[in-house]
Design a protein around this ligand. Structure first.
Ligand code: HEM
Length: 426
């Protein structure tokens, strides 16, 4: 295999032209003092606009100063070191997912993602085997292949200049999720609209009434679609989530909330990891060459991509009692942002963490979360993206390239991915 340079490509930066290789930024300074208990430092220099554009320089500075900060712009304690994020994930008694005043609960209802065990476990178990490896292998893989063909053909029909995100990755991820959920009465476009409007609701800290109105309209549409499908699928069972739920002793309210959360959490992430990985490989021809010459590396490229740019960059938790995390004192009821996007670039865990490097030594990243709430769709994400879409798209689009070069844009920090990625091929 071709030898690769030690450093891969640099951090994604929104609206910036990115050459194929660049030296990575200077490593973080040594982590300071977790032994003594201190009050949380106040990071009043962090702004939402900077986080949205490119959060990684901010994370570097935060990590170098302390594992946990109070960040006024976010109105939360941001947990930024790998160890502190991991501790939160493993201790649900102290760090509850059932956050008070959660906007997600308002937009989508009270799903498993905002419950702690044992309530959470009952909801999680209700998803049965739909998202598990056996069902993926025996049922969903064929469907992923079919959907890949369909949307790659649409991208090709559009011709060079088509957008890899919006003409391929998004409809592919949405159609897969539509069938996994069992919405035979909706389109992939409905899934994209429902997902985006309800996600906008979960982030509506400005309390914009228009955002709430759109989220509520989607929520009502999803309720109606679920009601119809639960009846339909009872007589015509299939491996979908709704089909399994049709015969489960679980309250309708929970089914609705869990499906809405899954629509919000199962579409953007595969879309984003697909486009981010393609962007990273197209920006670094040596790494693309390595993957092309060793197909097993598609899986490594996927894992490295979600480490490097975690599609879910931050999720909330709340302390149930006063505690100390990473040497920082937290009061009871403190609202936390667990910043996976930062934990995954902690230099205490990874060498040269800002670089995308498909050959780096394998270590457990946190992109799928951990503990009780470890992503239920991780196998679906891996199979649909690393086994089908990435190898398929690179095999079929000869000389796939970013065109115009440097015009691709990445954005976001709570969710991060490519927002525009025009491509061409021969
Ligand atoms: C491929 C990229 C994906 C990434 C990076 C990802 C990431 C995550 C993360 C970080 C969490 C935990 C959040 C928290 O603890 O607050 C989570 C939970 C979850 N994800 Fe994913 N996800 C992906 C794909 C999917 C897909 C394709 C589905 C569905 C088909 C899905 C369904 C879920 C569900 C149902 C949960 C809630 C689990 C629970 O509360 O027990 N995810 N995901």
């Amino acid at each position: 295999m071709t030898a690769l340079p030690a450093s891969g490509i640099p951090a994604l930066a929104a609206n910036t032209r990115v050459p194929a290789t660049l030296p990575s930024p200077a490593p973080d300074s040594a982590f300071q003092g977790a032994e003594t208990v201190r009050e949380a430092p106040v990071a009043d220099w962090v702004t939402l606009a900077d986080l949205r554009e490119d959060p990684f320089p901010i994370y570097r500075r935060l990590r170098a100063e302390a594992p946990v900060h109070w960040v006024p712009a976010v109105n939360r304690y941001m947990v930024v070191s790998y160890d502190a994020c991991h501790t939160v994930e493993q201790d649900a008694d102290t760090f509850s997912a059932n956050e008070e005043g959660s906007l997600m609960k308002r937009a989508m209802g009270h799903s498993m993602l905002r419950k702690d065990d044992p309530e959470h476990r009952a909801d999680r178990d209700s998803y049965g085997s739909t998202l598990r490896p056996g069902t993926i292998k025996n049922h969903w893989m064929e469907i992923f292949e079919r959907n890949h063909r369909r949307y790659l053909d649409q991208l090709k029909a559009k011709g060079p200049g088509a957008d890899f995100v919006w003409d391929y990755a998004a409809p592919y991820a949405a159609e897969n999720l539509r069938l996994i959920c069992g919405f035979h009465n909706a389109t992939q476009e409905d899934l994209q609209r429902w997902s985006q409007t309800m996600i906008d609701g979960t982030g509506n800290y400005a309390d914009d009434p228009e955002v709430w109105a759109k989220a509520a309209a989607s929520s009502a549409e999803v309720d109606a679609a679920i009601d119809e499908m639960l009846v339909y699928l009872k007589d015509r069972p299939d491996p979908s989530l709704l089909s399994g739920l049709a015969s489960m002793p679980i309250p309708l309210e929970a089914i609705r909330a869990n499906l809405k959360m899954t629509i919000g959490g199962g579409l953007n992430e595969p879309r984003d990891v697909l486009a981010t990985t393609a962007w990273a490989l197209l920006s670094c021809p040596e790494q693309l060459e390595a993957v092309r010459s060793e197909p097993k590396l598609w899986a490594a490229a996927f894992e490295e991509s979600v480490r490097w740019v975690a599609p879910i960059g931050m999720y909330p938790r709340q302390t149930t009692r006063e505690t100390v995390l990473g040497g920082v004192r937290l009061p009871a009821g403190a609202k936390l942002g667990v910043v996976l996007g930062s934990a995954n670039r902690d230099p205490k865990v990874w060498e040269d963490p800002e670089s995308f490097n498909v050959l780096r030594a394998k270590k457990p990243h946190l992109a799928f979360g951990g503990g009780q709430h470890f992503c239920a769709g991780a196998w679906v994400g891996r199979a649909s993206v690393a086994q089908v879409a990435l190898p398929g798209a690179f095999a079929e689009l000869r000389n796939l390239r970013l065109e115009p070069a440097g015009s691709a844009i990445a954005a976001g920090w709570v969710f991060r991915g490519m927002t525009s990625m025009p491509v061409a091929w021969d």
